[in-house]
Design a protein around this ligand. Structure first.
Ligand code: ATP
Length: 347
């Protein structure tokens, strides 16, 4: 069993608190992403799990055994990093075999494991080549094959695709998911790229300012962001936030009425841009469109709703002129309501 328990991990660098008490349980075979902006602490957390960094307090358990104090090599894990160092003076075969040689595996086991990992990553044809004769994507696969060849219970990856171009990244993303599912590896994957996290993960932990702000499936964090930060960080375009007045527990958007979890004052509507439908003006919310961009697959509108910045998406078949006012009907099942003071969403 390679489940991982991260128990109230704190980390300070001098007076700066990089991790403020992080707890997370990752199930055996699960793929969990740590997703957050630059500097939020995700790499620090991964390095603490790996044993490359010590925590100030808290516990890490892998397979129900505390690994605090154990060196990286005794933690039963493998790692792939952003700059996926493959050894230039070794053939692909020897690169993939590296971890096994370190474990002093015999030649028969090395051969079996290298062939298996090479098969998973489709690099069998390059085993005799040197890395400088490979493309970036092929080298990336070698790095992943090397990590998988030792059949680690846990695989830690830190932005492993960030050096690849967009097309290759997409291709590798799809492949990684298949390969890791087949291998049944418990994976923690650090990224600041929300599309990558959405596509790959069983669950996403959204990290913000040294804390985990929400943990959930990609669909949960997308549709039910726990906070304004999560809604704004996940999704492209990000969630719209529109402050609206509340009267007798209701919000009015044109002729639409919604019961909300507040009696009076104001509430923030969290609105996903693609959940609206074009309607006559005055029926729902009206949007002053500053720019209409036909994207091929959809029409992207940028402008304002109730004087507040907004982006929405309509079907590609719609036509809207810059400067036009467009009516938008809201889907009551797709709305998020948040507290204007705390930025936390109502359940
Ligand atoms: P990125 O995506 O840019 O790598 P990150 O979320 O992985 O960001 P970390 O690398 O974990 O962020 O860093 C978290 C915070 O801790 C940052 O503010 C960083 O400057 C700080 N930090 C990291 N390592 C050290 C260190 N050795 N000494 C001092 N501060 C550090």
């Amino acid at each position: 069993m390679a489940n991982i328990v991260i128990d109230n991990i704190k980390k300070s660098f001098g007076a700066f608190q990089a991790l403020k008490g992080v707890s997370l349980t990752i199930k055996d075979g699960e793929f969990v992403s740590l997703l957050g902006p630059s500097g939020c602490g995700k790499t620090t957390l991964l390095r603490i799990i790996a044993g490359l960094e010590t925590s100030t307090s808290g516990d890490i358990r892998i397979g129900d055994k505390s690994v605090i104090g154990l060196p990286p090599k005794d933690r039963g894990l493998a790692m792939v990093f952003q700059n996926y160092a493959v050894f230039p003076h070794m053939t692909v075969y020897e690169n993939v075999a590296f971890g096994l040689r370190m474990q002093k595996a015999d030649d028969a086991r090395v051969k079996k494991q290298v062939e298996k990992a090479a098969g998973l990553l489709h690099i069998e044809a390059y085993l005799d080549r040197y890395p400088n004769k490979l493309s970036g994507g092929q080298r990336q696969r070698v790095a992943v094959a090397r990590a998988l060849a030792v059949e680690p219970g846990v695989l830690l990856m830190d932005e492993p695709l960030s050096n690849l171009d967009a097309l290759l990244r997409l291709e590798m993303r799809t492949e990684l998911k298949t390969v890791l599912q087949e291998a049944g590896t418990t994976t923690i994957y650090v990224t600041h790229d929300q599309t990558e996290a959405m596509g790959l993960s069983d669950r996403i932990a959204v990290v913000h300012d040294g804390r985990i702000e929400q943990v959930g499936t990609p669909v949960e964090v997308y549709n039910h962001p726990a906070t304004r930060f999560v809604g704004g960080f996940i999704g492209n375009p990000p969630m719209n936030f529109i402050t609206m007045p509340v009267t007798n527990g209701q919000v009015a958007a044109g002729s639409q009425r919604f019961a909300v979890p507040a009696q009076g004052g104001e509430i923030v509507l969290g609105l996903r841009g693609e959940t609206v439908e074009r309607a006559p003006t005055g029926q729902g919310l009206d949007m002053e469109v500053r720019v209409a961009e036909p994207m091929g697959s959809h029409l992207l509108l940028t402008g304002s709703i109730l004087g507040q910045p907004a982006r929405v998406i309509l079907p590609a078949t719609e036509t809207v002129k810059n400067g036009e006012t467009v009516g938008l009907a809201l889907d009551p099942k797709r709305l998020t309501w948040l507290s204007p003071e705390s930025g936390v969403s109502y359940p």
